[in-house]
Write a protein that binds this ligand. Structure first.
Ligand code: ZN
Length: 123
């Protein structure tokens, strides 16, 4: 697993680390079997430009590069990630072309059970 330059790993939630581990498990073998071999790459954690309310800013979302994968592989990886991560996470494709990426964040169900850090101070 590689980090794109400038990606801030500091302050991410353990739930995001778990999603990264699953993404490595699923994407790693596919990317390393390519010629030349590639590594899964995190393109954003708490850094980057996201909606003001994005879960990225509170360490509960991760973006992973998808443009090293074929369309068929993207479909497979998305389905496999959703199955592996279950109802505690949402896995979506964001953007198109060179900026296309997998966006993984904790689900509303996870936030309801564990608390939403974006609502700190509001009970
Ligand atoms: Zn994202």
């Amino acid at each position: 697993m590689n980090l794109k330059d400038g990606v801030q790993f500091e302050g991410i939630h353990a739930a995001t680390l778990y999603a990264i581990a699953k993404a490595e498990e699923i994407m790693g073998p596919i990317l390393r079997s390519k010629v030349p071999a590639r590594e899964p790459t995190i393109t954003a954690l708490r850094d980057g430009q996201h909606m003001a309310t994005s879960l990225h800013y509170v360490g509960l979302a991760v973006d992973l590069r998808s443009h090293d994968l074929t369309e068929a592989e993207i479909v497979t990886v998305t389905a496999t990630l959703r199955k592996a991560l279950g109802s505690s996470y949402d896995v979506v494709m964001e953007a198109t072309g060179a900026n296309a990426h997998f966006h993984i964040e904790v689900s509303d169900q996870w936030l309801a059970a564990n608390g939403d850090p974006r609502k700190k101070g509001v009970s």
